[in-house]
Design a protein around this ligand. Structure first.
Ligand code: OAD
Length: 249
């Protein structure tokens, strides 16, 4: 990374976004923090600082104690349903509209399961880790329209197996189509914008590195440095809600 003054970073990022022919964005929990949704690894409030992932976010944990896992996701889902998109989310909608107006490609890849990008109005959203608003059955992945209240956890209306949240748990594969589309977007974009992710969970964490290798300008927006910061050409330190509106404006 070249050392620029903060204003220069912002200016260069805005220029890159104004001229892009193909923009790929990767978001993580940081962009939803300002909507009141907890991140995973932030020091005091991160979910994985306060709960054990291995007891809540693996298929083994679900089989061992389906009620506990279901109730934890139901609690998180309540928070998601009560949340509203943040100024950071709104700025990404503005960026998509600008790309569409200029006939530039726009792909928003998210690790978030809260659906807030779609709620804000983004259209081309690729969900790598699923969506907590949806449920599916354990045996056949039959989707279920609603999030039934009882029994806990409820059973699939088609096959009778347990219903679970439609999210990717540790040790599970990502949805193949979503991952392929995300990798293609990363390899072919000319600007890659990473927002509010610790850049440690694979395979999402590799996307900005793929983009950099393929020659894209990589811009990072985060409150702290991450493993991406040293290779991003432009690293903007601060909250998504304060920086993204400036970038999109
Ligand atoms: P993390 O909690 O690991 O990282 C959130 C990042 O956002 C951190 O680097 C924070 O510094 C940054 N951050 C916090 N508030 C911010 C703000 N207001 N503006 C900008 N940045 C901010 O979350 P993810 O990187 O999304 O996986 O975690 C990746 C995956 O790990 C998640 O999708 C989840 C988790 O286990 C699954 O559930 C499969």
């Amino acid at each position: 990374m070249i050392a620029f003054m903060p204003d220069q970073h912002l200016y260069l990022a805005r220029e890159a976004l104004l001229r892009t022919h193909s923009l790929c964005i990767l978001t993580g929990a940081g962009i939803s923090a300002e909507s009141g949704i907890a991140t995973f690894r932030d020091a005091l409030t991160g979910l994985w600082k306060n709960f054990k992932a291995e007891e809540l976010a693996t298929s083994g944990a679900f089989l061992a104690n389906p009620k506990r896992v279901w109730e934890w996701y139901a609690w998180r889902r309540e928070k998601v349903l009560a949340a509203r998109p943040s100024p950071g989310h709104a700025a990404l909608v503005a960026l998509e509209r600008k790309c569409i107006a200029r006939d530039a490609n726009f792909t928003l890849v998210t690790q978030n399961v809260d659906g807030l990008h779609q709620a804000a109005g983004n259209r081309n959203v690729i969900e790598l880790h699923g969506n907590i608003r949806r449920v599916k059955c354990v045996d056949h992945h039959h989707p279920a329209d609603t999030w039934p209240d009882s029994p806990v956890p409820p059973r699939c209306g088609q096959c009778g197996s347990l219903l679970r949240p439609d999210v990717v748990w540790f040790g599970e594969s990502l949805p193949e189509d979503a991952l392929e589309t995300a990798m293609r977007a990363a390899r072919t974009c000319d600007v890659f914008l990473s927002v509010g992710t610790s850049t440690v969970v694979e395979p999402a964490a590799s996307l900005p590195f793929l983009a950099r290798q393929a020659g894209a300008t990589v811009i990072e927006v985060n409150t702290v440095a991450t493993p991406l910061s040293s290779i991003a050409q432009i690293s903007l330190r601060g909250s998504a809600g304060s920086i993204l509106p400036d970038l999109a404006g």
